[in-house]
Design a protein around this ligand. Sequence first.
Ligand code: CUA
Length: 329
Amino acid sequence: MEPQFRLFPEQASVEAQRVDVLYLFQLGVGVFFTALICLVIFYFAIKYRRGAKVDRSNPPKKNIPLEVVWTVIPLALTMVMFGWGARLFFDSQRPPLGADEIYVVGKQWMWKVQHPEGKSEINELHIPVGRPVKLKLISEDVIHSFYVPEFRVKTDVLPGRYSTIWLNPTKTGRFHLFCAEYCGTDHSKMIGHVYVMEPAEYSKWLAGTIDQPPHVAGELLFERFRCNTCHRDTPDARCPSLRGLFGRQVALADGSNVIADEKYLRESIVNPNSKIVQGYKPLMPTYQGQLNEQGILQIIAYIQSLEQTQEPPAPAATEDRQPPTETND
Ligand code: CUA
């Protein structure tokens, strides 16, 4: 800990600077109007004190220009705050393409982290400086919240739903990681550290990997739970092929379509009968309670890694698209 007093936590990410500028703007507007109102109160309190010889006749009932001014100025200021804040929020929800994806599972009372290369850690997160990383978070039990003040990054970590955040650290060092949502007896101990390292140092740290990458672990789970007996790539398979599925549009038995993203895949694992693929029967048992959230993330990573061997069937409704740069016809 540094001994000096800090009004704000250190800024250690690109987002931190952007969030602070907005925060200081709002603080400035708030302080300005509070001071203005206080001054006016004092001025009138003194001017109209008892015994003062001033004009006490009734004020005019109507003053349209004044009404317009005190409506339009606050409206404009709040719209600026809204637009600015919304922009920061949307940016925080959209990770840049190609950012490393790290899985974070919250559970009472620890953070379990897995890197795409396979390395796992608990209550620690190691990331390289100057490179955006994307975190995919989910809870094993109750609602937690992932909070790193120095990055100005905070998101609720919910059971049954993936949250995504991304960050771009600008400083190396060790930063506090908190759970910012009361989650039971040891909530206050659900803390850890984020270590931001030089890229070379980070590669060296990763090289100590002994765990399997998530998609490899996912493939083993896929075999262990015998998913492969049904989800085969043969024409007589009773279940849909998973090859090239991720990100594709899937036609459902009720006539609707769904994009096969992580939310859909997770739902199909824990609650398989909620969406039935067109042409298939509701045969799949639920794996809720048999797989933990890390296992589900790993199976999704495996499905994500299954590339299409031939052209996928054309989606039901296609819009005019840009011609692709190269065609595989
Ligand atoms: Cu987890 Cu508080």
